[in-house]
Design a protein around this ligand. Structure first.
Ligand code: B12
Length: 254
């Protein structure tokens, strides 16, 4: 089935389970109820209230004595109108390593300094390392590979005041922060604390502030006080291309 209608416009789709358009979805959640028939009935009630009909509890597993984890399978009647879907388009061109090095020379006339860290209590360094380390990610080399980029990677659990101090000392053009843990919205609170600290310490002279992690929404940048947000699947060249684009705009050399 094509998702385009006869005029080539985006059409209407439904979820697919066993047969096209049958509306079948799978949902997982945990309830604070000990495992047993009461918990399973509660899971089914929740799923029905969320619009699944029928709602089948296909998996229930104890999580300690007081909680149960569920997978529920069922049918929804909702339709998705693809022409109503909002997408954030990339507003800069994707450049290769040679083009990025040339842009850095043209815009800055020196090497670009990039400072990276995981802040707060977050110890998940694999994401920031994927962007910065020479070994890179998804077949692309990281920012350390670019001749005109100097990378300072501070690693995990960096305190915001230390990050600001180091950004000043290194004369960083961009600060790249990773946040993977999202419990109690820690990623959002830590990012707000970080951007506020840079605004207070450096005002308009602050470096470009970029955050990334799997649960961020790129549309959140302004609300979080940063220049750019990158989500899951980001590659080093996405980030390097953005940095030269944003620095050129800042210097009036677009
Ligand atoms: C590996 C791992 C660990 C390792 C981390 C090792 C290390 N050195 O990083 C260890 C074992 C230490 C660990 C510990 C914990 N972990 Co852990 N961990 C994971 C795991 C399995 C994979 C994460 C990963 O490496 N992904 C691969 C990288 C490449 O992907 P990524 O981080 O998304 O990065 C990409 C993009 O997001 C983006 N990106 C990321 N950062 C940045 C930054 C910038 C600037 C940019 C531009 C882009 C960018 O680019 C990257 C490449 O595309 C995830 C589950 C999962 N499958 O994701 C859980 C997970 C993240 N961990 C979790 C938890 C709960 C923990 C612990 C609290 C467990 C515990 N009770 O002790 C501790 C916390 C430790 C701490 N203080 O932070 C939860 C988080 C849940 C939540 N809601 O927050 C997860 C989701 C597992 C789960 N389902 O419960 N963990």
């Amino acid at each position: 089935m094509s998702v385009l209608d006869e005029a080539g416009q985006a059409g209407v789709v439904r979820p697919y389970g066993d047969t096209t358009g049958d509306g079948m979805v799978q949902l997982s959640f945990t309830l604070p109820v000990p495992p047993g028939p009461l918990a399973e009935g509660a899971a089914q009630q929740l799923a029905r209230k969320m619009g699944l009909d029928p709602a089948m509890v296909v998996h229930a597993k104890p999580v300690g004595p007081d909680f149960t984890f569920f997978v529920v399978y069922g049918r929804v009647r909702h339709l998705v109108n693809l022409s109503d879907v909002q997408i954030t388009e990339r507003e800069y061109p994707l450049l290769n390593a040679r083009e990025i090095n040339a842009e850095v020379r043209r815009v800055l006339r020196r090497r670009m300094v990039v400072l990276g860290a995981c802040i707060g209590t977050d110890a998940h360094t694999v994401g920031i390392d994927a962007i910065l380390n020479v070994k890179g990610f998804a077949g692309e080399k990281g920012l350390e590979y670019y001749r005109e980029v100097r990378v300072v990677n501070l690693g995990a659990q960096v305190f915001v005041p230390d990050l600001v101090r180091r950004a000043r000392a290194e004369k960083a053009d961009a600060v790249l922060v990773s946040q993977v843990v999202t419990q109690k919205d820690a990623h959002l609170h830590n990012t707000e604390e970080m951007s506020a600290a840079f605004r207070e310490a450096m005002g308009e002279r602050r470096p470009l502030l970029v955050v990334g992690g799997p649960r961020f929404d790129p549309a959140q940048a302004t609300a979080l006080g940063v220049d750019r947000v990158f989500g899951k699947g980001t590659t080093p060249s996405d980030v390097a291309s953005y940095l030269v684009h944003a620095l050129a705009a800042r210097k009036g050399k677009s």
